[in-house]
Design a protein around this ligand. Sequence first.
Ligand code: NAD
Length: 426
Amino acid sequence: MVADNTPDSPNEQSDKMDVLKSTQTIVKIALEKLGYPEEVFELLKEPVRMMTVRIPVRMDDDSIKIFTGYRAQHNDAVGPTKGGVRFHPKVSEKEVKALSIWMSLKAGIVDLPYGGGKGGIVCDPREMSFRELEGLSRGYVRAISQIVGPTKDIPAPDVFTNPQIMAWMMDEYSRIDEFNNPGFITGKPIVLGGSHGRESATAKGVTICIDEAVKKKGIKVKGARVVIQGFGNAGSFLAKFLHDSGAKVVGISDAYGGLYDPDGLDIDYLLDRRDSFGTVTKLFNNTITNEELLELKCDILVPAAVENQITEKNANKINASIIVEAANGPTTLEATKILSDRDILLVPDVLASAGGVTVSYFEWVQNNQGFYWSEEEIEDKLHKVMTKGFNSVYHTAETRRVDMRLAAYMVGVRKMAEAARFRGWI
Ligand code: NAD
């Protein structure tokens, strides 16, 4: 066959980077593989509910700024929808929709009684004061209060949101609801009904997937060379866990660049110097670019930052045996195919990053029952859930002869499609 070297048109390029389109493509293939009729895809290709809100906030200079926010509820056939709220200048309606679909898939893979939801506000919290952020968080909850709640849709943290923001949101919702309602949101501080282990849950879940993936590849975590893109909540806890297990973390990065040391970086020192937005590389002169970082020779590569980092442009230059996606959507579909052809084991985002929503579920259960579990109990339960999720995806990949991403989508959509069928929707 003659290779087609014609460069993509700008439209084709942007389609490949369109996270909603690529998610829909693979949901469709997964449903076809499972034998579901076209109308199931028609139902699941978009959120059942999507709200756009405009939030006025009084800024510190006394001006009023209007922010745009979104809340997407993908599908509530299985149970209430659940998913984080992202504060970022690049938040878009399409991204929030795709993220809500991914949340449905995650809940399906780790078998939680939820559908997927997601929210976002177009803003740059790095340039806002504490008081302005509080106004924005409370304004968002007032704007979406009619469609959210502990039995409807339960928000949580995501990029650039944290336990303090969850606390303001919970307080605002409780005021509207006129009683204390901790089950409205997860990722809260422990004193407000947060769960032990929630802050590090995503990284713990990724670690559990890495433990399972290395077994399949005959590698050991102890002594493995690891590269992590992103040093925020997911990336920094993960670097710490892997460093403590004896792995050599040779590369890390943030939005401003990467750090590389072939003998292993001093992770405890970097954690100490990191700011609350996951920035650390600005303090060093000898940095590498994020592009160079992704191509470093290593055993395990973990994208833990943003979308579309591994594309058909760099997939052939990736020098890792295993890729575990802590971030949502870091690899395009074209790159997934290239990596799979190169026999690189790719543990997809919808499986690898499901630890966060799993412990969020534990937090919600504890709030509902008013009885709280210890850190050890949470870790034990998380371990069982993630291992089972990993093995069911791996088993599907092996038996159906598909890559891990398609297998994860097949496992993830099945419960939702069945629930919709039993309800008589399709
Ligand atoms: P965070 O805001 O705490 O950290 C993000 C990190 O990525 C920071 O170090 C930032 O500097 C870096 N970054 C931002 N833009 C970058 C770029 N263009 N190139 C390289 N680095 C860049 O966010 P987080 O909570 O750690 O989330 C990271 C990813 O993991 C996101 O895709 C998120 O959706 C996903 N995720 C997070 C959770 C969670 O519980 N935190 C759960 C599931 C999935």
